[in-house]
Ligand binder design. Structure first.
Ligand SMILES: [Zn+2]
Length: 351
């Protein structure tokens, strides 16, 4: 039809679009139709928003890494206390209520003493479960002193009291370079605990007095007792022990003879009665001794069936002076000294 112009088809076969009806803004202006003042305000708002997001992310990351920090162990109560005191110095920090430094210091001291007591016992303990209550108290103290703890001042004070109580329930192992080890005032000499070679007290006076009474009582019952071997010095024991080692072997000698420094005979508290030989078992003297020794403060130190605990075979002739009360109590309960004190009797591999 004349007067009607048909545009040529494009490559896609579609018609070319007509002229854009929207006028383009001048080059360099905002793509949106806003005034420069409004645009500047929007840019400021976006900038502040970004800053806020960055701050929020930083706070979250810092908080997470703080939570991930290892709780100080019981061996580092001082470090824990430092952390706790830092927390207490900033009472406004979340999760760290203000506590007085004196209470923190008190718990720190109690936990340190408890940790030291455990360190003493760990290498020599016979039944480790008897340390569980102290270990739990010390662990709880470390957690309460750790950074981020929410323990209140009353919690910390109660915990200090608990740690002290549990520490007192586990007696100190008192060692000396001049004499035997004592635990709760009781002398212990066995394969685990040795004495210096210089310690040579002879038979102690209270042991001699108790022995004299016991011997007289046995005599009155028609039983004759005598001392086969009493005090033995470290040098005496060296000769005795090496004699057995050369005759038998180290392993066999160790089942019935002590290495020098480890013999209870060196403490001045032990006696071999009549005949230090298995033949003594079953004699009238052995029967009387087993029945009456505790009345005079002595125990049969290496009972039958307790070799795993005492480290020695049954020795019905070897008595140890413990005083009447303790000797009677242990005999009635069927406890060896190792079980009572909760210690091993075991040579260290390089001993
Ligand atoms: Zn003996």
């Amino acid at each position: 039809m004349p007067g009607v112009v048909t545009p040529p088809p494009t490559r896609s076969g579609q018609l070319r679009p007509g002229p854009d009806p929207t006028p383009r803004p001048p080059r360099g202006s905002s793509p949106h139709a806003v005034s420069p003042a409004v645009y500047r305000r929007r840019r400021l708002a976006v900038g502040l928003g970004l800053l806020l997001v960055v701050a929020l992310v930083w706070w979250l990351v810092a908080g997470l890494s703080h939570r991930g920090e290892a709780v100080p162990d019981a061996a580092a109560p001082v470090a824990a206390a430092t952390a706790a005191s830092t927390a207490s110095a900033a009472p406004s920090a979340p999760g760290s209520p203000a506590v007085s430094q004196a209470v923190v210091d008190d718990l720190t001291a109690a936990a340190s003493a408890g940790t030291a007591r455990l360190a003493q016992w760990d290498p020599v303990v016979l039944d480790a479960s008897r340390l569980d209550a102290l270990r739990a108290a010390v662990d709880d103290a470390a957690a309460a002193l750790a950074e981020g703890s929410t323990a209140s001042e009353a919690d910390l004070a109660a915990l200090a009291e608990r740690v002290r109580t549990e520490t007192a329930a586990v007696p100190e192992i008192v060692t000396s370079t001049e004499g035997p080890t004592t635990i709760g005032g009781v002398v212990i000499a066995n394969k685990t605990f040795a004495m210096p070679a210089s310690y040579a007290p002879g038979i102690l006076p209270e042991v001699d007095a108790a022995w004299t009474q016991m011997q007289a009582a046995a005599w009155n019952d028609g039983v004759t007792l005598w001392i086969d071997s009493g005090f033995r010095s470290s040098a005496d024991q060296e000769i005795t022990y090496q004699g057995y080692v050369s005759k038998f072997s180290v392993d066999y000698a160790d089942t019935f003879s002590s290495r020098p420094g480890h013999s209870e005979h060196q403490t001045g508290l032990a006696l071999d009665i009549n005949n230090a030989h298995p033949d003594f078992g079953g004699t009238a003297a052995a029967t009387w001794l087993a029945q009456h020794a505790p009345e005079y403060g002595f125990v049969i130190r290496f009972p039958d069936g307790k070799q795993d605990v005492t480290g020695y075979k049954y020795e019905p002739w070897h008595v140890r002076y413990l005083g009447v009360d303790l000797a009677t109590s242990l005999t009635q309960q069927g406890l060896t000294l190792e079980e009572y004190l909760n210690v091993t009797s075991r040579y260290t591999p390089d001993a």
